[in-house]
Write a protein that binds this ligand. Structure first.
Ligand code: ZN
Length: 176
């Protein structure tokens, strides 16, 4: 079963590298208004040759197209994928830092590894979980308090005072 899952995934979905190519197009266009092969190569610190072949494939698969200046841009499909990946990264990063008490840098690395792999279902449930965890619900607050105490009693690295002492992480509440 699991073997079938990853095989299907490899065939139909994006590799981690392809996901970062798409995010680069999005970021460069947002920042500068255009994204050329050379800009993407510089942004991702790889050669223009490898960006070219990655982009060829992404164009064939309908994630990327060219604007009237022949500069690269995301298709609707590409834009949808990038938005989903970024939402997943934000949700995971918040989960790892705010719920599990991980260091920001480590959380960013792990979130980067899984961002393009999780389903929309996981992403939305995780966001809902975090919204509840940092809500005014007494049960949620009691849970965080118990988790903090447990971590302190066990000298665990899973939680620190700073993580649980403060207000809810910015932005968690206003996401759906
Ligand atoms: Zn990544």
């Amino acid at each position: 079963m699991f073997q079938e899952v990853w095989k299907t995934y490899e065939e139909n979905e994006l590799t981690h590298s392809a996901a970062h190519h798409l995010m680069a197009v999005h970021e460069l266009r947002t920042r500068h208004g255009y994204a050329r092969i050379s800009d993407i190569a510089q942004h991702l610190k790889i050669t223009k040759g490898s960006v070219s072949s990655a982009m060829k494939l992404l164009k064939e698969r309908g994630y990327v197209c060219e604007d009237h200046n022949k500069f690269l841009e995301l298709s609707d499909r590409g834009a949808t994928v990038v938005a989903a990946i970024e939402a997943a990264r934000v949700a995971f990063q918040r989960f790892l830092t705010h719920a599990l008490g991980m260091d920001e840098d480590d959380a960013e690395i792990d979130a980067c590894k899984v961002e393009h792999l999780v389903s929309a279902e996981t992403r939305s449930r995780l966001t809902h979980f975090l919204n509840f965890l940092y809500s005014d619900e007494p049960a949620a607050q009691a849970f965080l308090e118990a988790l903090r105490t447990h971590a302190l009693e066990h000298g665990a690295v899973i939680a620190t005072e700073e993580v649980f002492a403060g207000a809810p992480p910015a932005g968690v509440r206003d996401r759906t």
